[in-house]
Design a protein around this ligand. Structure first.
Ligand code: FAD
Length: 290
């Protein structure tokens, strides 16, 4: 099913998984996790695509599993940065053959050894969106409540967000954030400059204190002081830490729903347990408000 059509009808619940780097055993574990995620009745599951472009086959295989074996709606990410037009054609044709209708159109994270070759054909998500137009996927794109790390200002990033909509994005999914006020600012400012597509907030429950620094380095997301204090005080008690992380995510989600978010996208990192813990705490909310 096309995600823009689902969004026009209801609030969405979705999860994100990634292709495991190792062999068949890890892949089968992911398939089992997808089966468990299915029990939570998601509106779609998205599967990431490596910035190096190397796991494109895995990505297509996982999108195929979501769409055809689990019988759910798949959202396949494609990154233009590392890809040639031939790479994109191969992935897009394979996805189309598998009946996948939705693609999240991205540039991709720049690898550490970034060279000019990277982004040679598709410097931005907008270029990839234009190239994918003949495939007639429903396209989504990424957006950044705290601004993209490479962009000189939030406003410049918002202008680029509008370009993504003009290039065909029918919905957006945000970078993870821990302070909802950044999401509200993004939505307000995006609407002011004419972005009309639904903006789905991306939430990643933080249950491992080791991830605090990683999150800051990878995507620049601020962690509010009160939450950070709780994490640091109980960092050596994993069970308490999990409770804090789940409950904080639930608090964020409730606030987002109450203020009209069109859906919730959970970065579950292939871990069905995380998704179940969150959804169990929101069972009646999901039933009544999604
Ligand atoms: P772009 O939209 O190209 O933006 C990159 C920078 O260029 C920004 O600063 C932007 O303001 C600017 N810009 C955008 N368009 C233009 C334009 N037309 N002209 C000039 N400047 C422009 N990474 C992966 O490798 N694989 C994944 O599967 C993946 N999934 C993701 C899913 C979500 C929901 C999110 C939020 C991110 C994901 N990422 C993924 C990370 C993403 O690839 C990085 O954040 C990357 O640095 C930017 O990707 P983008 O598509 O936003 O790029």
């Amino acid at each position: 099913m096309r995600i823009d059509e689902i969004l026009a009808r209801k609030r969405t619940l979705s999860f994100e998984v990634f292709p495991p780097k190792k062999g068949a055993e890890e892949r089968d574990k992911l398939f089992a996790a997808i089966d468990e995620l299915k029990e939570l009745s998601p509106d779609f599951i998205s599967v990431t695509y490596g910035a190096g472009g190397s796991d494109s086959k895995n990505s297509v295989g996982i999108a195929d599993y979501i769409q055809n074996r689990a019988g759910l709606t798949a959202l396949a990410h494609i990154t233009g940065g590392p890809s040639s037009p031939e790479d994109v054609d191969a992935v897009a044709s394979a996805l189309r053959d598998k009946g996948v209708e939705n693609v999240l159109c991205l540039r991709g994270d720049r690898p550490a050894n970034y060279e000019a070759e990277y982004c040679r054909y598709f410097p931005h998500a907008t270029d990839l969106a234009a190239y994918l137009a003949p495939y007639r996927f429903t396209l989504g794109a990424a957006c950044y409540p705290e601004g993209h790390m490479e962009c000189e200002s939030l406003y410049a990033d918002l202008v680029n967000m509008k370009k993504k909509e003009d290039a065909g994005a029918k919905f957006f999914i945000t970078q993870l954030f821990y302070d909802n006020s950044y999401y509200y600012r993004l939505v307000n400012e995006a609407r002011r400059i004419g972005v009309t597509a639904p903006i789905i907030p991306g939430i990643m429950p933080l249950v491992n204190p080791k991830n605090i620094r990683r999150i800051k380095e990878m995507c620049g997301s601020a962690i509010p002081l009160e939450f950070r204090n709780m994490i640091e005080i109980y960092a050596s008690r994993p069970a308490v830490m999990e409770e804090i992380g789940y409950n904080y995510a639930v608090y964020q989600i409730m606030d987002l729903i109450a203020k009209g978010a069109p859906g919730i996208h959970l970065y579950v990192m292939n871990n069905a347990r995380t998704a179940k813990a969150i959804c169990a705490r929101l069972e009646r909310v999901l039933r009544e408000l999604f």
